[in-house]
Design a protein around this ligand. Sequence first.
Ligand SMILES: [Zn+2]
Length: 91
Amino acid sequence: MIEGVVNYVKCLLRLPGCRQVHRLLFDYVSGTLPPEKHAKLTAHLRDCPLCLEYVETYRLTLQTCKEACHPQEPMPPELEARLLEFIKKEL
Ligand SMILES: [Zn+2]
């Protein structure tokens, strides 16, 4: 309990552990960090609710973006034609 509060305050003060989580977030979520760094960040997340919440939000955002970029159904041809026309005209 007290350890959790201490970690929460550390996170608010953005001590090095928290800064590192934020800096390495994309590689961590993508699973491309070296195993030693990945393990260190995982250990930090176990004790730091703010960073854990941040990572989960980040992971969800990436997932949402991936789904938006690879929709289940193709774009209707009429909409695609209108969109291309708009892009050519406006951009
Ligand atoms: Zn933290």
